[in-house]
Design a protein around this ligand. Structure first.
Ligand code: G
Ligand code: MN
Length: 439
């Protein structure tokens, strides 16, 4: 732990969490009287204990100490630096603005681009930094730290060595709101506040809609529409992702029953499956039970998984995906191109479809490089016998480019927004009679 250090020229550092809390509260009360801008940086490093086996059991502590000394050089005497977890620091930067907080965070990330040297060994370390600002993000120091921590987690999920501000993070909410949402979620799953919409997917080859993505939505009685990223993240943290996924499977089962009744037996449904649900220990038995229970065997069911899971769980993932394939479930890799998938994964994991992320489609008409990347992904997939869905087509200029790839399937507001099951069925029935060729 850091030593308390009262040298006038150095920032205040703490050896234990409670004295840190005491001092930060006291300092914060002075700040709030003065009404000056202040920022909180929450920093988490990679799991530094991974070095302990090779370099000694407490090398992570030595690294934390070394980094704290280096960070201190960037701080002023009234700033506070504290180690608040095994591999976490909090910094309160006095008299700071959004710009100076960003400069500090960038200096820390830049510092980490050089190896950290201890006992002649070089260590490359990565970190994620979340920033909250006083008074913009609230006037309670505990909440400000929590907001910075949540923002750090949000940043960390997306990429390493990154910096995020609370305003960029839809997951950082005032504490009381997130607690209320957390408490309300279980009932919402049961009482219909959480419901599902269907966004159709169009095939240029077949000249019709061939499937839809099932999308969860939550209309909260007090807060209105809750962003799906937010409530799904809450569900993942609170053990509610299982019940939420079961609800989606039930909805899919009902939808298939409707499609079958109308003779639309080949219409497919794609469900977003959280890594937490997929990697749960009892997943194999759970999914087998659900497939039988909800009559999903032999239906055109697709599971969308994200690149994040492919990176983290390669060994067990292969077995899990093979199990899904044994139930005829197709595997779609969602948001493709934004994460870290090694192209090798595409060769040995049983992936049926890549969903090219909407960022590749956005303004593809104006960007030759995007167009080249898009074309390369399509050609690579064709060589690997993997299907393509292009997501996020919003206007006719983008569509004019995308539709030249006639073997792919397209999804986006230009074709159809997410809609209720009734509207979907209506759309499918009318487009069959019209023979859609408008696109
Ligand atoms: O990550 P995933 O691909 O599952 O995200 C799907 C989300 O994208 C849905 O919430 C859906 O509403 C949204 N979406 C669907 N079509 C479009 C589109 O054309 N543009 C944008 N910006 N978002 C879209
Ligand atoms: Mn998806």
């Amino acid at each position: 732990m850091l030593k308390k250090d009262n040298n006038e020229n150095l920032p205040i550092k703490f050896s234990d969490y409670s004295s840190f809390q005491e001092i930060i509260k006291q300092r914060f009360s002075e700040i709030s009287v003065m009404q000056v801008f202040t920022s909180i940086l929450f920093i988490e490093f990679d799991d530094l204990s991974r070095f302990n086996d090779a370099f000694g059991f407490n090398i992570d502590d030595k690294l934390m100490l070394k980094i704290s000394e280096d960070i201190s050089l960037f701080l002023n005497s009234k700033d506070i630096l504290a180690r608040v977890g095994n591999h976490q620091f909090v910094i309160m930067q006095d008299l700071s603005s959004e710009e100076s907080a960003e400069i500090l965070a960038k200096r820390i990330i830049y510092m980490l681009s050089e190896p950290c040297i201890i006992d002649e060994h070089m260590f490359y370390i990565e970190a994620s930094i979340g920033i909250s600002l006083y008074p913009l993000d609230g006037n309670n120091i505990t909440e400000l730290i929590k907001t910075a921590e949540n923002t750090m987690k949000y940043v960390q999920k997306n990429s390493k060595n990154h910096i995020g501000f609370s305003k960029d993070n839809i997951l950082s909410l005032p504490c009381d709101k997130s607690i209320r949402l957390m408490a309300d979620l279980p009932a919402a799953i049961e009482n219909g506040e959480i419901y599902f919409l269907y966004q159709p997917q169009y095939s240029h080859t077949e000249k019709c809609f061939v499937g839809a993505e099932l999308l969860a939505r939550w209309e909260h009685p007090k807060y209105g529409d809750v962003p799906p990223e937010l409530f799904i993240s809450i569900a993942e943290q609170n053990g509610m992702i299982g019940p939420l996924t079961v609800k989606a499977l039930v909805a899919a089962s009902k939808a298939f029953a409707v499609f079958y009744k109308k003779g639309m037996n080949s219409f497919s449904l794609s469900l977003n499956i959280s890594p937490i649900f997929l990697m749960a220990r009892s997943f194999d038995e759970t999914i087998e039970f659900l497939i039988n229970q909800y009559d999903l065997l032999g239906k055109k069911l697709n599971f969308e998984i994200t690149e994040e899971i492919v990176l983290k769980n390669t060994d067990t993932l292969l077995k899990t995906l093979e199990k899904l394939k044994s139930f005829d479930i197709n595997i779609e890799l969602d948001d493709f191109g934004t994460g870290y998938t090694s192209l090798q994964h595409l060769a040995y994991l049983p992936i049926d479809t890549l969903k090219i992320d909407k960022s590749f489609v956005y303004e593809i008409d104006k960007d030759v490089k995007k167009r080249a990347l898009f074309k390369a992904i399509v050609e690579m997939s064709q060589a690997l016998n993997i299907n393509i869905i292009a997501e996020g087509i919003e206007n006719s200029s983008e569509n004019n480019i995308i539709k030249t790839f006639d073997s792919i399937i397209v999804q986006g507001y230009f074709y159809a927004k997410p809609m209720t099951l009734d509207s979907l069925v209506e759309k499918l029935e009318s487009s069959v009679s019209e023979v859609v060729s408008v696109y």
